[in-house]
Ligand binder design. Structure first.
Ligand code: 7TS
Length: 407
């Protein structure tokens, strides 16, 4: 059990009033709020240790390098990887772009195939569309079952000897569906394909072990797990990363440059061109400390409980349609819904009058919207600082939305 009251004390923004109401932040799937421990770690970095890492031998430079590389080690341990398998990027989008430029574009050719699912965020669709356009590879979309889970039978039937990449989200940012990535990894590897996992919505919320999953790549964003924006992670299996050429080149990612050519640095540095985001890495390190202190199992349990509660309460509201699985065991802390006849932006706008922040729109998952037969939806998403009382307030807010629209 989480001591939510105590946790909330650590998040200064939760004391804010919005429209004279206490802020109720139900949009952590977009970005999480940040605890004092993370904010302070960044302040301390600038007050005490700031320098450009890897570049000189004076003490501050050494300290900045140490902090940056210690953060890498911490991330590695957090997902059970080796430090050299952790590439710091800006976010999940950039991680996918890195795989596209450094692996898929140079290595895939017609008749290669890539498999994704219809529930993907655009970050895990658009790069592969570009590969299709450039290299003539085929892009297959796996559909959903009626309950919002992934159609594994279709995956099994679609995968073939031309399939070079299977790239799937671990947890859907709309449906909340938790995909059985360990099981899928076996299918993918038996076929000799590479398995990319989009962990943007899973790494912040549950225990992740890349060896247990068996994936080749895992991408995630620090800002969704209490850390600042613009620090993200691409985990790549050592053997795969070593085979890849960097796509961003310049400073700090080389061993030697002569007028004739260049020798790349070792992994992971060969993928990190230019001055890195040390404050981001420091903040991510503090965020991991914070989450580990709570325990990732407890984070997951808390969110399961909130999700179950939200599903129960929302299903009691007439004219509300819920999307995705209704079993919290296979659902992350994300509940997407529509109020019949009301645009999701109107729902979010009215909820804002009550200090409630939910996301509305297409959630960067337009193919999924089309598959669900909707233009958009509203979404409440939960994290360690959310409470059942906040869900009660959401339900009350939805009754107000219905009153405004005379439903
Ligand atoms: N993949 C998934 C599954 C996501 O949910 C997101 C962001 C991304 C990739 C991209 O992450 P970024 O950090 O590179 O932007 N999802 C959302 C969301 O659901 N609402 O706002 C951002």
């Amino acid at each position: 059990m989480l001591n939510v009251e105590k946790i909330r004390e650590d998040f200064p923004i939760l004391k804010r009033k919005i429209n004279n109401r206490q802020l109720i932040f139900l949009d952590s799937a977009s970005t999480s709020q940040k605890p004092n421990q993370v904010i302070e770690s960044i302040k301390n970095y600038y007050e005490m240790h700031n320098a450009n890492p890897h570049r000189s031998i004076y003490q501050l430079c050494d300290e900045a390098t140490q902090l940056y590389e210690d953060a890498r080690k911490k991330v590695a341990k957090f997902i059970n990887a080796k430090p050299e398998e952790i590439v710091f990027v800006r976010n999940t989008n950039e991680a996918m772009n890195l795989i596209m430029h450094s692996f898929a574009l140079p290595k895939l050719h017609n008749p290669s195939e890539i498999i994704v699912s219809i529930m993907e965020h655009h970050a895990n669709i658009v790069p592969w569309q570009l590969v299709r356009k450039n290299n003539g590879t085929k892009l297959n979309f796996i559909d959903l079952n009626e309950d919002g889970t992934l159609n594994l039978e279709q995956l099994n039937n679609s995968i073939n000897r031309n399939t070079k990449i299977v790239s799937l989200t671990h947890v859907s940012n709309v449906l909340g569906t938790v995909n059985p990535v360990k099981e899928i990894s076996k299918i993918v590897h038996e076929n000799g394909s590479l398995f990319i996992v989009d962990g943007a919505q899973s790494v912040p919320h549950m225990t992740i072990d890349v060896h247990d999953i068996g994936c080749d790549f895992l991408a995630f964003s620090g800002h969704k797990m209490l850390a600042p924006m613009n620090i993200g992670v691409l985990y790549g299996r050592k053997e795969v990363l070593e085979e890849m050429e960097p796509f961003m080149v310049g400073g700090d990612m080389i061993k030697e440059v002569t007028t004739e050519g260049v020798i790349w640095n070792d992994i992971p540095w060969k993928f990190e061109a230019g001055t890195p985001n040390v404050e981001g890495a420091v903040g991510l390190s503090a965020a991991i400390d914070y989450l580990e202190k709570i325990g990732m199992e407890n984070v997951r349990e808390h969110e399961k409980e909130l999700t179950q509660y939200a599903l129960e309460k929302l299903s009691e509201v007439e004219d509300v349609q819920i999307y995705g699985p209704t079993n919290p065991e296979v659902k992350g802390g994300v509940v997407a819904f529509n109020v019949k006849g009301v645009h999701s932006h109107d729902v979010a706008y009215i909820l804002n009058d009550f200090g409630i922040a939910v996301r509305s729109g297409h959630h960067c998952a337009m193919p999924l919207m089309k598959r669900l037969g909707i233009q958009s939806c509203a979404r409440a998403s939960f994290y360690i600082y959310n409470t059942k009382e906040e869900i009660d307030a959401l339900i009350e807010g939805l009754e107000k939305v219905k009153m405004v629209f005379k439903l």
